[in-house]
Ligand binder design. Structure first.
Ligand code: IMP
Ligand code: MG
Length: 179
């Protein structure tokens, strides 16, 4: 394991090591398991970023649960309002389920807000959000985050599912960009 890496034109330094990541993921899984006894727990991880967080977390869940991944696709709308987000892969069987959305990072919060809006239409019993990382300084939306792994400063990170221009998702540790 190295303390410095380079991806394309950018240099990154070690930020959160895998031992700490896995301990925190176990803590979150324990918390979620104890909050969802006697509930219809249904995980919805958001691809691509959440794939490692979701698999590590869900393995540690001790109550019955279902899992279905979604992906957000953004395209420029015809309206001047800008970007419109579509959800791909959404299960139409969420009515009465207690949904927990999983994502790698909440930055501006725009992605999570639009996902929550779409999922709400399917009438789940409840929706909670678990994000591995949160950048509170960049939040633009008021959004209730029920489970947060780590709160981090507003700088770019890669690893553990997070990418820089498509690379770095496979890294076991999380790295922060060098200024
Ligand atoms: P949002 O700004 O909360 O809508 O986040 C949108 C997406 O931006 C996240 O799901 C990530 O895929 C990506 N993102 C935000 N911050 C970072 C970062 O520091 N590294 C890598 N991806 C990021
Ligand atoms: Mg993402």
């Amino acid at each position: 394991m190295s303390n410095q890496i380079k991806i394309k034109d950018k240099s990154f330094e070690i930020f959160i090591r895998q031992e700490l990541i896995s301990q925190r993921v176990k803590d979150l899984a324990e918390q979620i398991s104890s909050d969802y006894t006697r509930k219809e727990l249904f995980f919805i991880p958001v691809l691509n970023g959440a794939f490692l967080f979701a698999s590590d977390l869900i393995k540690e869940i001790t109550v019955p649960c279902q899992v279905s991944f979604i992906k957000t696709a953004s395209y420029e709308g015809t309206e001047s309002s800008g970007k419109v987000r579509n959800l791909i892969g959404i299960s139409n069987d969420l009515e009465g389920k207690d949904v927990v959305l999983l994502d790698d990072i909440v930055d501006t919060g725009l992605t999570m807000c639009s996902v929550v809006a779409e999922i709400s239409k399917l009438k789940p019993a409840s929706i909670a959000i678990a994000t591995f990382l949160l950048k509170p300084e960049s939040l633009q939306k008021e959004i209730a985050l029920n489970y947060v792994g780590f709160t981090i400063p507003n700088s770019f990170v890669v690893g553990y599912g997070l990418d820089y221009e498509g690379y770095g998702r496979n890294l076991k540790d999380i790295y922060q960009i060098k200024s």
